[in-house]
Design a protein around this ligand. Sequence first.
Ligand code: CTP
Ligand code: MG
Length: 222
Amino acid sequence: NRVVALIVAAGSGSRMGGGIPKQYRKVAGVPVIARAFDALVSHPKVDAVHIVIGASQETMLADALGDRVMTSSPGGATRRESVRAGLEAIGSAGRVLIHDAARPFLPATVIDRLIAALDEAEGAIPALPVVDTLVRAEGGVLGDNVEREGLARVQTPQAFRFDDILAAHRNWSGDAEPTDDAQVARAAGHKVLAVPGDAMLEKLTHEADFAAAEARLGAVMT
Ligand code: CTP
Ligand code: MG
């Protein structure tokens, strides 16, 4: 019942901009992907880490990870295709934790909760409640408010029984591109549980997120 972590790092970070993709940049002195890698590999229940990367990202990955031990293979044109390619490359495992390279701060407690939840369901994801008011807004024009009660913000890692999520990805036939794997699992009829996420786990998406993450980290350490 081996636990493998799959880090998806094949994105280009178009919303972030800048010279190199966000996952290879440093946050508080350490490359984003190296932080994600270290959090996963240092967890006692995680046996191995596999990383999917974009075309011509080999050098950036090597620079970011130094002598850390892992395997890597090519990702795809969308996040979904990158995950599918990574699962195929891993081939077999008992359970898998699928994690965004762009989420560098991953508490061990979240991994504990996810793995425990897999005893009760085929999948488990970290989620946080929505605290802000939600409203439809297109082109700056406001529409109706959206009831936030009953909604959650979804993070990664997302944990699955390996055979279930691989089959779900192979059978995916949805129209809109899914932005997470729980959607793929649920489309295949699997039960996915939510466990409490963590504010530190926020994804680095826009430029300002780097400064915000460093500020949060500073606040935690002092
Ligand atoms: N990802 C991937 N393969 C893709 C697209 C995304 O492996 N074809 C990964 C990213 O590297 C990131 C994670 O999926 O770790 C979450 O995606 P996102 O935050 O959207 O990153 P990007 O797609 O790189 O950024 P953007 O959407 O702004 O271009
Ligand atoms: Mg993207």
